[in-house]
Design a protein around this ligand. Structure first.
Ligand SMILES: [Fe+2]
Length: 383
């Protein structure tokens, strides 16, 4: 079997790393950049160190700060309009997954014809876009090292993925200080998302020895630090470990893919606006219980990163222990556990299950074949 492994070529990580942005841009001989971010990130002052660093080296900048959570296609067009009027040589994506994904899509659309909808799917983009540098402000999506942008299709009530090698950022800057001010609920949801990236990529049918290595380390880092980062947000060691864990999980899933947990999260995210990390956490135990039969030894191997005792236990018992440990973590972090908490009812299940079956890009990676009746049963269990 032939495997391809890719990642962002330059990763700058550590406390105060964001102050390097000016030099990173200047060294590329770029005179002007566009910062792509959201209003909350900007109001929180997270663009300040960035702007100071750019000013210091004399790089001009403009700011597009209208990225919404779960951005719609239309926001890409708005950002591309600003790219056309400002003519930056590089885009900087600053924020959680939404600004970073929107930054990727906009960079591509600055150099390709038509509408962003035309490029939904895998390797549909003919031309490379503007170069990008990504600066995450959560330890979650790993989007700084993936070739994927997720956008909301309002018409179809679905989240859709654009996947292309042209969307790898040219650099990622990871500064744990940017995550210190995150509220506990966001730390919890984004951290669980990162953990789920690692679990899903590890158990994906496309996992390789190389992706497993990233995923195992990601699981250890996140499992051992997420409770601390949640409970004591200014613990910089825990924040650093979380940022590294999310990064490694991102590298793992960019190459092995995520699986059915994410597929189940997309319809409920699009239809009921449940935050991505919460939607994943909510679906996780139910999908894990379904998936284990597809590769029991692999799921039992999760005992190691989650530090689950295995002595005198068979694989099924070990897997029960793994699922219980992850469940306990989600409970400790007070992540909502039921779809009903978000107004989802029995009547919604058939429509949601049909939505899952359309996420073929991710279901292709799943360790167990999923049928419509399985999808309905899993949503029922999560109600
Ligand atoms: Fe995710």
């Amino acid at each position: 079997m032939v495997n391809v492994f890719s990642t962002t070529p330059r990763i700058i990580m550590g406390q105060g790393a964001v102050e390097r942005i000016g030099d990173e841009v200047k060294n590329r001989r770029i005179e002007k950049v566009l910062i792509v971010t959201g209003p909350i990130v900007r109001a929180a002052g997270l663009t300040d160190p960035l702007e100071a660093s750019l000013k210091k080296v004399g790089v001009e900048f403009a700011v597009f700060d209208r990225v919404e959570p779960d951005p719609r296609y239309e926001i890409v067009s708005d950002c591309v309009d600003m790219i056309k009027s400002e003519s930056p040589g590089l885009l900087i994506g600053l924020g959680g997954g939404s600004p970073i994904d929107l930054c990727k899509a906009s960079a591509i659309m600055a150099a390709n014809e038509g509408s962003v909808i035309d490029y939904v799917g895998i390797d549909m983009i003919p031309n490379p876009g503007l170069p990008t540098i990504m600066i995450p402000t959560t330890a979650g999506t790993g989007s700084e090292v993936t070739p994927i942008a997720i956008l909301s299709d309002e018409g179809e009530k679905l989240k859709k993925g654009i996947v292309s090698r042209h969307m790898y950022p040219s650099a990622a800057i990871l500064d744990p200080e940017l995550t210190v001010g995150l509220p506990p609920s966001v730390t919890a949801a984004t951290g669980m998302d990162a953990l789920i990236h690692a679990i899903e990529a590890y158990t994906s049918v496309n996992a390789t020895g190389m992706t497993e290595m990233y995923c195992v380390r990601a699981m250890e880092l996140i499992y051992n630090n997420l409770r601390i980062a949640y409970a004591k947000g200014d613990n910089i060691d825990a924040r650093s470990a979380m940022m590294e864990g999310a990064l490694l999980a991102g590298i793992g899933f960019a190459n092995a893919g995520v699986t059915a947990v994410h597929a189940f999260a997309y319809p409920i995210g699009a239809e009921f606006h449940i935050p991505h990390g919460v939607a994943n956490t909510l679906m996780l135990p139910h999908v894990l219980r379904f998936n284990v039969l597809g590769n029991l030894p692999k799921f039992a191997a999760l005992a190691e990163p989650f530090d689950i005792p295995v002595k005198d236990l068979d694989d099924l018992q070990i897997v029960d222990g793994v699922i219980a440990a992850i469940d306990r973590l989600a409970r400790d972090l007070k992540v909502p556990r039921h779809l009903a908490d978000f107004g989802v009812t029995e009547e919604d299940v058939p429509m949601l299950a049909e939505g899952v079956m359309k996420v073929t890009r991710l279901l292709a990676n799943n360790p167990r074949t999923l049928y419509l009746e399985d999808a309905e049963a899993i949503y029922h269990a999560a109600l």
